[in-house]
Design a protein around this ligand. Structure first.
Ligand code: HEC
Ligand code: HEC
Ligand code: HEC
Ligand code: HEC
Length: 466
């Protein structure tokens, strides 16, 4: 994927590693084999290591790094290969698709480069299913991250980290004694680029289908030096090993994101107000809703954007409890039709993996027609909307909430003739779903993946005159 010439590496600063490199450099010229021995990156690293080169998370976490281990266990990092939706998407869609379509053949191995890097490095592709309990189940383990010494190229993406397993563990400190291993102070692990090696992804068609790090880099947080770790691996005074000292700034291995409802709730603040506070039946009232993204360091949604559904639902309730649904006022931008819920079919390319070329698709949104959706629409090579990021060639529109961005939406409601006089309450609710429900139902993904989380809500009222 990358030429060795433009390789840029960031190494941990110990004399010991530097010496090893100086020693290794002339070897590279002589023997190509030595090149892989000091750590290949991206696609080139496939099959260059064995599982035995790496310790298990249980080894690291059972008696020494107990708290870190438990935190990691609760995070999606420890389930990146075993989680039900990951298993379904990889084994039931990506693998059969890669076997039928040579354009995407590389993802059969490539998915594992981020989801179970040790399997990828060991050349264990396709790994056995999670129920077989192989070491692929370790997913993104301690050793995956703590053996990374840098990345190749200028932009971190598609698992272009370089892993150097062995006695040296990369981390934030070089001081301290460990009976189990050497501690090497890494300049790289504490950067956003480290996260970007897996949190940016380019599809086989060259589309940036995951760009969390790139979104962050363009946004206000990067400019102010606030990195991924400051929101996802926060500092607390704690021991980091059971026999070690308390550090005032111990990195907590929380990695909480879309799967943590508490992290998602309150991400966006909502306010809704009317233009007039009294109106008669037949009169139009314009409600304006402001959505302020106060919490994410990147767009919301980010990451698996092709799966996520974030939508604004507005309802009015009159004095006798009758409910009216208010569709959003269109703004007229290009591709807007993808951002307003509609009764249309999509995701026809799931038929490739299932060997049903004429598959009609499933409902695109599965939510009330007329609601505003904050999404980026992924298109397959035929221009149809897809949740298969590896089969994505282009995008129709990107209408997500940027970091610290405020978007305004209007809802013009012409009061019906039979609306009850008295107080009319209008409530805006921003909802979030990890996986669009019609897709989850079609693929039999367990309910929790399409459960609705309320991000925020706000209400206002007007008086309906008799
Ligand atoms: C200012 C705080 C902040 C910073 C900085 C930040 N994030 Fe987040 N991140 C959040 C919040 C809040 C959420 C939860 C809402 C959501 O799912 O987007 C989140 C969600 C995520 C998710 C889950 C997305 C999903 O749909 O499952 C990932 C992955 C993620 N962040 C990675 C990163 C990476 C990588 C960086 C650095 C390049 C980063 N974040 C920087 C606050 C932050
Ligand atoms: C996704 C990558 C990732 C995974 C997985 C991961 N870590 Fe870390 N770990 C980091 C980063 C990043 C830091 C902080 C680096 C910095 O701030 O410079 C860190 C810091 C640490 C520290 C030092 C904390 C301190 O403040 O001194 C220890 C110890 C540690 N990790 C152990 C573990 C163990 C044990 C596991 C598995 C149970 C694990 N890590 C899993 C990325 C990871
Ligand atoms: C070796 C690849 C790799 C590296 C490096 C990595 N991640 Fe991840 N991360 C993943 C994968 C894969 C997932 C998806 C897990 C899943 O299948 O849901 C993930 C998920 C996440 C989530 C989402 C959890 C959720 O609730 O959905 C957050 C937040 C996150 N990572 C933050 C980070 C941060 C911060 C860093 C850097 C300190 C980082 N990651 C480094 C591979 C990586
Ligand atoms: C460049 C690294 C990378 C590659 C390659 C990659 N993924 Fe991911 N994947 C991630 C990260 C990081 C996340 C988490 C993003 C988030 O939380 O929004 C993720 C999330 C997912 C999720 C959603 C998990 C959830 O529970 O919502 C699924 C499913 C998934 N990936 C499957 C695949 C498949 C199948 C492939 C191969 C076609 C693949 N991934 C290739 C990094 C990668």
């Amino acid at each position: 994927m990358h030429s060795r010439q433009d390789a840029k590496r960031i190494y941990g600063g110990t004399a010991r590693t530097r010496r090893a490199l100086v020693w290794a450099a002339p070897m590279l010229v002589v023997a190509a084999a030595a090149l892989t021995a000091i750590g290949a990156a991206g696609d080139a690293a496939l099959g260059t290591r064995s599982y035995d080169d790496y310790d298990t998370p249980e080894y690291c976490g059972t008696s020494c790094h107990v708290d870190i281990y438990r935190q990691w266990r609760q995070s999606m990092m420890s389930e990146a290969f075993t989680h039900h939706w990951d298993e379904i998407e990889y084994f039931d869609l990506a693998v059969p698709h890669a076997e039928r379509d040579e354009n995407v053949a590389e993802v059969k191995a490539g998915c594992n480069g981020c989801h179970t890097p040790l399997a990828f490095l060991a050349g264990d592709v396709v790994p056995k299913r999670p129920s077989e309990n192989t070491r692929a189940n370790e997913s993104v383990s301690c050793e995956v991250c703590h053996t990374v010494v840098g990345f190749e190229g200028d932009t971190p993406f598609n698992f272009n980290w370089i892993s150097e397993p062995g006695d040296n563990k990369q981390g934030p400190r070089s001081t301290g004694e460990s009976p189990a291993h050497e501690m090497v102070k890494s300049e790289f692990l504490g950067t956003a680029e480290f996260c970007g090696t897996c949190h940016n992804e380019k599809s086989p068609y060259g589309a940036w289908v995951k760009s969390t790090h790139l979104e962050w880099k363009e946004g206000p947080y990067a400019a102010q030096g606030v990195i991924c770790h400051d929101c996802h691996m926060t500092y607390a005074p704690a021991q980091t090993a059971s026999m070690g000292p308390v550090h005032p700034d111990a990195r907590q291995h929380l990695f909480h994101g879309g799967h943590d409802k508490g992290k998602v709730r309150g991400t966006v603040e909502l306010r809704i107000h009317p233009d007039i506070i009294e109106a008669e039946p037949g009169e139009p009232v314009k409600f304006t809703c402001a959505l302020f993204n106060q919490k994410t360091g990147h767009n919301f949604p980010t990451g698996s954007v092709e799966d996520r559904l974030l939508w604004l639902h507005v309802e009015a309730v009159d004095a006798v409890g009758k409910v009216y649904h208010l569709p959003v006022d269109p703004k007229g931008f290009e591709g807007e039709e993808y951002t307003i819920a509609a009764n249309v079919l999509a995701y026809q390319d799931m038929g490739i993996a299932r060997d049903k070329p004429d598959f009609a698709g499933v409902q695109r949104d599965g939510i009330p027609v007329g609601d505003r959706i904050y999404r980026q629409a992924y298109l397959d090579p035929q221009g149809r909307m897809t949740i298969q990021q590896w089969n994505t060639k282009s995008f129709a529109v990107d209408y997500r909430l940027g970091p610290r961005e405020t978007k305004l939406e209007t809802f013009t409601f012409t009061l019906p003739d039979d609306v009850a006089p008295g107080e009319l309450t209008v409530t805006a609710t921003l909802n979030y779903q990890l996986l669009v429900k019609p897709v989850a139902d079609f693929l039999h993904v367990p309910e929790e993946e399409s459960a609705v989380t309320v991000v925020n809500t706000h209400a206002t009222s007007i008086t309906v005159l008799p």
